[in-house]
Design a binder for this molecule. Structure first.
Ligand SMILES: Cc1cc2nc3c(=O)[nH]c(=O)nc-3n(C[C@H](O)[C@H](O)[C@H](O)COP(=O)(O)OP(=O)(O)OC[C@H]3O[C@@H](n4cnc5c(N)ncnc54)[C@H](O)[C@@H]3O)c2cc1C
Length: 488
């Protein structure tokens, strides 16, 4: 259905996850409008709308993994389950009057900068939109990645990705194969093992796993947080700093403390797994932090259940009845679950964005993605990204990064209310910033840690993560330095 473009928006926000919702709330509070949010899914929540697999939960404590300006006093657990996070995002959107501004089921297809009018002409599958500025909150983790294994279509049973869970399939009493051992796998495996007749976990690389210490938050603490907002803020600050020190504990570069963090994780493994052979299979051979460090209390115990098998041989092919390993072992399966993560560069690589003088984003990024503060790109005026290149995190809550970026974008949007038609990052400021990132990456754990992770692009560069602490990013990006921008 094509709807005519009516008004010219001040801001179009793409995506209704944590990023898009945070941006929309802060724009409304600042009186910036008219604004609209478009969301391709049939509901809001982003990651928390899509990832509904059994056991899905955050792995940063909820009092920290939430918006500072939309607090929730009564999180049920230290690490809230997916339905509670989704409900929180819905309530937050409703309480802040966002629902009438959100167009669900509307996909952003691309946009072209109209230099003469100082506008973006946006294409969506529901018709065109004209807007002064675009804020992308499209997220990096929503294009499911599938392993390149021969015969994937041959399998006769049910097969689905953790990010597109098929709730119509009853796994009770089934033979289930799970491929992958990343963040989603370690959450879903303990839940599936409780109902499956047999669960086979196919592991390529073992992750480093730390204790999670998840627990229900006592009623007394909830009441205290409700009554005393300061107590809740102090808890958030405590959790922030607890995670912030991880940036110096080997989570961004090999440090003197990396060995100690590894020893702690090894003790966690040794305490949980008594079988020597199994322990050997579960011991990583790369430095902690090189891949995402995971937290779990029930993953290792689950792998010792009689109905669970850990298969460490590579998968040679998928057949009509299951999987065959490189050593020639066959595993007959009823269901295959792909816990194989996301294609993080796909969101950006597929974006059809034409900036000033016909420059395409794909051209600007032909040698790899990069953006000033992870937010703006030279040649693309009035275009802003939340959680763009090099602004993801391995050690702390990305919501902290989103809030810093939202403030930066607000500063930029304010300049458009004072007579300027366009704000565009200066190429030299962008180049300086990217040089800083590159030199910091050179001795980072992702480059020096002896592993290959999804953080790295095809040429081996980490264009995904911020290579420092959140506080360092806050200093760098929270306020837009207007001398780094060209106003016009
Ligand atoms: C299972 C899981 C657990 C996680 N746990 C944590 C955690 O504990 N702590 C942490 O810090 N991070 C965690 N993350 C990372 C998580 O993605 C971020 O914390 C956060 O949810 C990102 O929010 P976002 O709004 O930027 O992106 P998303 O949540 O991905 O939202 C992006 C939205 O944009 C929409 N969209 C995309 N393209 C288009 C388009 N072309 N047109 C219209 N709409 C579009 C999508 O449908 C989606 O709704 C987790 C990720 C996953 C997958």
């Amino acid at each position: 259905m094509t709807e005519p473009a009516s008004e010219i928006l001040a801001v179009l926000i793409v995506g209704a996850g944590f990023s898009g919702l945070a941006m929309a709330i802060r724009c409304r509070q600042a009186g910036i409008g008219p604004l609209q949010v478009i969301e391709k899914a049939d509901g809001i929540g982003g990651t928390w709308h899509d990832n509904t697999y059994p056991g899905a939960a955050c792995d940063i404590p909820s009092h920290l993994y939430s918006l500072s300006f939309a607090p929730k006093a009564d999180w049920s657990r230290m690490y809230a389950p997916q339905p509670e996070i989704l409900a929180y995002l819905r309530e937050t959107a409703e309480r802040n009057g966002l629902m009438p501004l959100i167009r669900l089921g509307t996909t952003f297809r691309g946009a072209t900068w109209d230099e003469t009018r100082g506008l973006w002409q946006v294409e969506t599958d529901r018709g065109p939109i004209l807007t002064r500025a675009i804020v992308s909150g499209m997220g990096g983790l929503h294009h499911p990645a599938y392993p390149d294994i021969p015969g994937r279509d041959a399998f006769a049973g049910a097969a689905f990705h953790t990010a597109a869970w098929d709730h119509s399939v009853d796994l009770t009493g089934k033979r289930v194969g799970v491929i992958g051992t990343g963040a989603s796998a370690i959450q879903v495996v303990p839940e599936l093992a409780k109902v499956a007749a047999q669960l086979t976990l196919f592991q390529r690389t073992p992750p480093w796993i730390m204790p999670k210490h998840d627990h229900a938050i006592p009623e007394g603490a909830k009441a205290r947080y409700r009554r005393l907002p300061l107590a809740r803020r102090l808890e958030r600050a405590r959790l922030f700093w607890l995670h912030e020190v991880r940036a110096f504990l080997g989570f961004t570069k090999v440090s003197k403390l990396t060995g100690q963090a590894e020893a702690l994780a090894r003790r966690h493994l040794a305490k949980a797994v008594t079988d020597k052979d199994l322990r050997a299979k579960l011991t990583p051979d790369y430095r902690l932090g090189c891949k995402r460090v995971l937290i779990s209390d029930d993953y290792y115990p689950t792998l010792q259940r009689p109905n669970v098998t850990l298969e460490t041989d590579g998968i040679a092919r998928i057949t009509e009845t299951g999987l065959t390993t490189e050593a020639g072992r066959s595993h007959d399966l009823d269901v295959i679950v792909y816990a194989t993560g996301f294609d993080v560069t796909a969101t950006f690589a597929r974006m059809h964005l034409v900036g000033r003088d016909g420059l395409r984003l794909t051209q600007a990024w032909s040698n790899g993605m990069g953006a000033y503060q992870g937010i703006t790109v030279a040649g693309f005026p009035n275009y802003f990204m939340l959680l763009g290149p090099n602004s993801g995190l391995g050690h702390n809550s990305v919501v902290s990064m989103i809030e810093i970026q939202v403030q930066h974008v607000l500063d930029c949007l304010q300049t458009l209310r004072t007579g300027n038609r366009a704000i565009e990052v200066r190429p030299e400021a962008q180049a300086r910033f990217l040089d800083r990132i590159r030199s910091r990456m050179a001795d980072s754990i992702w480059q020096a840690g002896g592993c290959r992770s999804w953080y790295l692009d095809a040429s081996g560069r980490n264009t995904t993560l911020w290579p420092d602490s959140v506080m360092a990013y806050r200093r760098s990006a929270r306020r837009a330095r207007l001398s780094d921008y060209r106003l016009g």
